[in-house]
Design a protein around this ligand. Structure first.
Ligand code: NAP
Length: 237
């Protein structure tokens, strides 16, 4: 099925910043793959976004914490598409009830890392063959957080913060490794955004939260790689 449309895959696109990113990129003419960790969630979100935008939107089941799910999602994607232009690693968790680095246990730490850090890395790994075939170069966008900035490690969400610091390291490593494959890789801090994760008192709208992600997917020059950005500008690691 030949088409000049660009294809973007967004993990955790059934709600929050991921869903808004899907909506905006569908409006801009991208073919949008709405990935979610349940068949019903993916199908319902894809149907709703297609109706809202009139765009081409497809569901895909993908649990980023489960290797078998990532691999079967890559297989299912490959049955329908040859290439992927943009991968948005958006899915993430903010563990409830964390208070102090001194109380972290191994299992809680691993649970956060496996979703927030290893998830994006392994999704990038298994979708890389498709990103390499993007005609104008592939793009990977990792949803990180200011709480992962090493210059500010005083917050009370230890496993979340560390998982995002490590995700930033994943961004740097992938950016270096994929440079000669024409794939750019960046981290984004969306700011504190009113979603289920951010809560109602967050100062930023969901559109503001998605802005830099949409810009990196659709507009940013391909010279932007290996960076950590907020409001379309680099910020300290
Ligand atoms: N909101 C903020 O203030 C803020 C600030 C900084 C960074 N971020 C980052 O931005 C990203 C999006 O945040 P958000 O505020 O939109 O969060 P959200 O409203 O809580 O949505 C999170 C999304 O991730 C999905 N998800 C969680 N675990 C998953 C898994 N194992 N496999 C697949 N999908 C999974 C959720 O799916 P289910 O519906 O199945 O749970 C949901 O679609 C996250 O990476 C977050 O860390 C957010």
């Amino acid at each position: 099925m030949a088409s000049s449309k660009k294809t973007v895959l967004i993990t955790g696109a059934n709600r929050g910043i991921g869903r808004e990113t899907a909506r905006e990129l569908a409006t801009r003419g991208f073919r949008v793959i709405v990935a979610a960790r349940g068949e019903d969630k993916a199908a319902e979100a894809a149907r709703e976004i297609a109706t809202e935008t009139g765009g081409e939107v497809e569901p895909l089941v993908l649990d980023v914490a489960d290797d078998a799910s990532i691999q079967s999602a890559a297989r299912a994607f490959g049955e329908r598409h040859e290439s992927l232009d943009v991968l948005v690693n958006n899915a993430g968790i903010f563990p409830e009830g964390e208070s102090s680095i001194l109380e972290v246990d191994r299992q809680a730490f691993f649970h956060t890392l496996t979703t927030n850090t290893l998830g994006p890395l392994l999704v990038a790994r298994f979708f890389r063959p498709f990103l390499e075939k993007a005609t104008e170069g592939g793009r990977i966008i990792n949803l990180s957080s200011g709480l992962g900035q090493l210059e500010d490690m005083e917050g009370d969400a230890p496993t979340y913060s560390i998982s995002k610091t490590a995700l930033n390291a994943v961004t740097r490593q992938l950016a270096a490794k994929l440079k000669d494959k024409g794939i750019v890789v960046n981290s984004v801090c969306p700011g504190w955004v009113r979603t289920e994760m951010g809560g109602e008192s967050a100062p930023r709208s969901i559109e503001q939260g998605a802005d830099t992600v949409v810009w990196l997917a659709a507009e940013a020059p391909s010279s932007v790689t290996g960076q950590f950005l907020r409001d379309r500008e680099p910020i300290p690691w």
